[in-house]
Every structure is written in C-alpha cells, then in structure tokens.
Design a binder for this molecule. Structure first.
Ligand SMILES: *Cc1c(COP(=O)(O)O)cnc(C)c1O
Length: 412
C-alpha cells in the first residue's frame, strides 16, 4: 500500500513489517533476544563487512526497534531514523556526531534542564563551545555565529516559558550560514508538527513523553530530513565521500551510537509502536482539555496569570497555528499569589498528580522553582523566567469537568 497521501493515524497503523511473521501476527512481534543466527560463515562475513544487512547484535540493531524507526519515517517522511534509549541519549548523540573539538553550538538558555546542563557543562568539557542567546531574536543568533558554528539547537515550545521560535526564519539564517538546524520537538510530536516543512535538518524527540503512550517507557528518536549538505561539517569529513547525504546517520549509527551504547530495547520499542498508533487521539483530547482549562483560568480570580499557546490570548497563537496545526502540545502554566499558596494548592489536589513528567495520560503538576530548577542560581532562575509563584501543568486525557472541579476545590 502506498501511504504517502494517507493521514497520520493510517500511516502509523499500517506501516508494513519488514518481513511477515510466521504466525501472521497483526502486531510486530517483540524480538527480545540479543544475538541472531547466521546460515553460514560466508553470511556472517558479509554482514560484518556491511555488504549485506542482517541483524547481528541487539545493541546495534533489533527488528522490533527497526520497525519503530520505520514507523517514525512513515509518519514524518524523514529520510532516516534511529531510536535510542532516552531523549537525552538522542540529543547527546546528535551533538557529538555533528560538532568537533573547537566547533561551537548556538542555543537558547530556555531548554529542558538536563539539555541545558549537557550544553553548559558536559560538552564544553570535551572542547565544544556553547553560546546561549535568545533564539527568538535572529539578530542575536546571527551575531553569535562564526565560521566554527555547526549547530543551532532549539526546542519547538520551551518549557515552562512556552516560548516559540519562528522556525522558517531561523532555518533561513541557518541555511545562509551553513549551520545544521536541530530541533527538539518532544512537546509537538509528528501528528501536529512536520519539521521538514519548516526547514529543520535534524529532529530529535524524547519519545518518553507523548509517543510512549502514557509514560510507559523511556526512549528517544533522531530523524534526518535529508536537507543538509554534510560536506560542510568537519566532524563528517571522513564519511562524506563514501556516504554522501547519508553521512550524518552513518557516523551516528556506526560510531557514536554504537560506541556510547544508548540502544532502545525491543520491549520499549513495542510500547513506542503502540503509543504512536494512538497518538492523534491522545493529542486531540489533551489539546481540547487545555482549551477548556484556559477558559476556566480566565475567569478565576485566584489565578494571577496563565499561559497556553493554543488560545487567542497567547502572543504565540498565530505562530502555533502555522507551525503546530493549532495544537501546541499540552503544557500550561499559571501563577498563584505566592509559593506557599502554590504548595497548599498542590497538596489539596485529588486527581491531578504531583510529578515531574510531561504528556502522561494523567494530568501532572509541578512547582518548577523548588524542584526541576532547584540546582540553579537565583540569577539563572530569573533569566529562565522561573518564578516562585509559577506552576506547570501537563494536561492529560481525563474528563475535563473532573480536572476543573479538582482545581476549583483545591483553590478553595
Ligand atoms: C523529557 C525531555 C527530554 C529528555 O528526555 P528523556 O527521555 O527523559 O531523556 C528532552 N527534551 C525535552 C523537551 C523533554 O521534555
């Protein structure tokens, strides 16, 4: 079946298996083994020489994981995909594949906390320079770019600031400067956002969040949209002659991924495959709940301010409509009078859970200042917009009237 013109859910559900299962299972089986049997010494020699593809050892490739990669390609249209053990594995592997010692990365300091720490501390310790700017200001990004800049790295909607970059504009600058545009689109999964249409070269996602289908497993994925000329990247210089436009993925798969050992397991890939199939239903329900909660927050005097980029009151509304099909994820923020009031409110909640994850099927709440950002200095918190009065809500798929009642009662 040709899936090119089909919708998201049809493509996800009907991605063909690479090989028919012996029992005609409708699900791709979970191939939970480590090693694979070869018919002959000649066959194993061909496989090791890279002349004939066959699964040999599950840290480097596994049939169930490969099927998840195939599904990701099918729903996004990406040229190549690779699944890893977590979102952080995906991000660190991509940056280590693209940037050589002495090269630099331009990024925002409004990032997922561990990505920020990776860029602030870990990568510089290997001789990679990182420059933090306001990515929504193209002049600033341009000023920070020089002949050693290899990557612009940004998140599609930052959290908890809920800031949105004009991706096409940033892509224009990246193209002009010969810099790889890498986005982390964890909060705007493939059903709502197609990164290639906005000029992103490489897309990374933590599949732990929306894709896993309700916080069932850890995972990450990297997609190559096939749009970058890899001859411009010194870290790929020994690959480009032989591998041309596959150079990035070949170095990632054959070198960085294999040597750092961040493989996804078959069981996890099974969860990801199931989650991907019902992603559209879950995202639609989450967005519907966010819009209804926005209406409630608007009229409640205990809520000092609130933010969700999917409604007209948000400055990012138009951009979210254009970039994310008007469905900009399910993270909302709001402010109460004081930190004490936030704690008291959280403690009274009965349905909404106090937890740090995003895009579970359950609605989760956290007070970012005292938790995720507790290791940061006051100055850093201020720069990141982390106020003591701020709460972050990751909206799930419950019946929204129950969520509103829970919040109403907890506000007292
Ligand atoms: C959670 C998250 C990550 C890290 O993903 P893990 O799967 O926890 O390693 C990276 N980026 C964003 C935006 C996230 O929300």
């Amino acid at each position: 079946m040709d899936h090119e013109n089909k919708g998201y859910s049809t493509r996800s559900l009907h991605t063909a298996f690479p090989k028919n299962d012996a029992y005609n299972s409708l699900h791709m089986p979970v191939y939970d083994g480590v090693a694979y049997d070869f018919e002959s010494s000649e066959e194993i020699e061909l496989s090791f020489a890279g002349k004939k593809f066959a699964h040999a050892y599950s840290r480097t490739s596994n049939p169930t994981v490969e099927y998840f990669e195939k599904k990701m390609k099918s729903v996004t249209g990406a040229q190549a995909a690779i699944a890893l053990s977590s979102g952080m594995a995906a991000i660190s592997n991509v940056l280590m594949t693209l940037v050589e010692q002495g090269g630099n990365i331009v990024t925002s300091n409004h990032l997922f906390g561990h990505s920020y720490a990776l860029l602030k501390n870990t990568l510089p310790s290997f001789g990679i320079e990182v420059r933090f700017v306001d990515m929504t200001n193209l002049n600033e990004v341009e000023k920070c770019t020089d002949s050693k800049t290899r990557v612009y790295f940004f998140e599609t909607i930052t959290n908890p600031q809920l800031e949105v970059v004009d991706i096409q504009a940033l892509s224009g600058l990246a193209k002009e400067k010969g810099v790889v545009l890498v986005c982390d689109s964890t909060v705007t999964p493939p059903y709502v956002f197609n990164s290639a249409s906005f000029g992103v070269d490489v897309e990374v996602m933590s599949t732990t969040k929306f894709i896993s289908g309700g916080a069932t497993a850890f995972g990450g994925v990297v997609l190559d949209n096939g749009s970058f000329d890899w001859t411009k990247i010194p870290a790929l210089s020994s690959y480009v002659e032989k591998f041309k436009n596959e150079s990035f993925m070949v170095r990632l798969r054959k070198e960085i991924f294999r040597h750092l050992g961040g493989a996804m397991t078959a069981h996890v890939a099974h969860f990801m495959n199931l989650g991907l199939d019902i992603l559209a239903l879950r995202v639609d329900k989450c967005v519907e709940n966010c819009v209804a909660l926005s209406q409630f927050f608007k009229t409640n005097s205990a809520v000092k301010s609130w933010s969700y980029p999917g409604v007209e009151e948000s400055d990012a509304f138009a951009l979210c409509k254009k970039q994310f099909s008007g469905k900009p994820g399910a993270v909302m923020t709001f402010d109460l009078e004081s930190k004490e009031r936030c704690f008291e409110f959280m403690n009274r909640l009965q349905i909404i859970r106090r937890a740090t994850n995003l895009n579970d099927n359950k609605t989760l709440i956290i007070h970012p200042e005292s938790t995720i950002y507790s290791e940061f200095s006051d100055e850093e918190k201020k720069e990141m917009g982390i106020r003591p009065t701020l709460l972050r809500l990751s909206v799930g798929i419950e019946d929204v009237k129950d969520l509103i009642n829970d919040i109403k009662e907890a506000l007292g």
